[in-house]
Design a protein around this ligand. Structure first.
Ligand code: GSH
Length: 240
C-alpha cells in the first residue's frame, strides 16, 4: 500500500517479502534502510568508498513508521545508522561522521571553497532535488512502477520547470570539474548520484538533462565506480 499525496510520504510503499532482513556479522556499523532508497544508498556509497564493512538491515518501507524503527528514527525515515553504541540519523550527519571517524579515502576536501561547494550541493539535494524531482518525477517514474502503482502524469509534467532549474544549477555548480568539489570525489557526489541516476532513467530526466553533457559525463564517471556497482538495487536485493 502506498500514499501518494505529493509529499515525502510518497515513499511509503509496501514491498514484497523478498526484502527480508539481512544481518552481517563482523561489523559494528549497521545501516537500517530500504534497498533502493537514494538516501540509504548515499550512506552505503560512503562506506564502500572507504572500504568499511557494514551490516545493512533491509527494511520494507512499511516498517519506517513502526515502533521498532521509530525508536531509531522518531521521524520515521531512512537511513538510520549505528556504530557500536552510537546511534545517528540524517544522511548528511551520517556521511560526515563516516568520513571523520574511518580511515580510507578522504571524502571531504580541506580547502574552504571546495568544502563550501560540497556543503552547498548537499543542501541542494536535500532542499530542492529531492523535493522537486524525487517526490514527483522519480516517485512517479521509478518508484510507483516498481510497485505496480499508477503514474501521475500530471505531476511529472508539472515538475519539469523546477527540474530544469535543478539540472541547470547542478550543472553550473559542477562546471568543468570532474567532481562536485573539484578534483576529488566528495560526500556531495555520493549524496547526489543516487537521485541523479533515478532522474536520468525517467523520460523527463532524459529530456531535461540532454542539454548538459558535462552533467551526463559526471554521472557516468560516478557510475563507473565500484561503490556504485556494490550498492545497486540488484546487489542489495541479492546480498545474503
Ligand atoms: N532528511 C532525511 C531524509 C531521508 C528520507 O526522506 N528518506 C526517505 C527515503 S529516500 C524516507 O525515509 N522515506 C520513508 C518514509 O517517508 O516513510 C535524511 O537526510 O536522512
Amino acid at each position: 500500500m502506498m500514499t501518494a499525496t505529493g509529499g515525502l510520504s510518497d515513499y511509503q510503499v509496501t514491498l514484497p517479502d523478498r526484502f527480508s532482513k539481512k544481518e552481517h556479522p563482523m561489523s559494528d556499523v549497521t545501516v537500517f534502510g530500504v534497498p533502493g532508497s537514494p538516501y540509504v544508498r548515499a550512506v552505503l556509497l560512503a562506506l564502500e568508498e572507504k572500504e568499511i564493512p557494514y551490516t545493512l538491515v533491509r527494511m520494507g518501507p512499511g516498517e519506517t513508521k513502526q515502533p521498532a524503527h521509530l525508536e531509531r528514527h522518531p521521524f520515521g525515515r531512512i537511513p538510520a545508522f549505528t556504530h557500536g553504541d552510537f546511534q545517528l540519523y540524517e544522511t548528511q550527519a551520517i556521511l560526515r561522521y563516516i568520513d571523520a571517524v574511518f580511515p580510507g579515502i578522504a571524502l571531504r576536501p580541506a580547502e574552504p571553497r571546495a568544502t563550501a561547494r560540497m556543503d552547498q550541493m548537499m543542501g541542494v539535494v536535500d532542499w530542492y532535488f529531492f523535493r522537486d524531482i524525487g517526490t514527483t518525477i522519480i516517485f512517479n517514474r521509478v518508484v510507483a512502477p516498481a510497485f505496480g502503482m499508477p503514474t501521475d502524469e500530471a505531476a511529472c509534467t508539472a515538475a519539469i520547470p523546477k527540474a530544469e532549474i535543478c539540472a541547470h544549477e547542478v550543472d553550473r555548480l559542477i562546471g568543468d570539474n570532474p567532481y562536485v568539489a573539484g578534483d576529488g570525489i566528495s560526500l556531495a557526489d555520493l549524496m547526489l548520484v543516487p537521485h541523479m541516476e533515478y532522474f536520468s532513467i525517467s523520460p523527463e530526466g532524459a529530456a531535461v538533462l540532454q542539454p548538459y553533457p558535462r552533467l551526463t559525463a559526471w554521472l557516468k564517471r560516478i557510475q563507473a565506480r565500484p561503490s556504485m556497482q556494490a550498492t545497486s538495487l540488484e546487489k542489495l536485493r541479492q546480498a545474503a
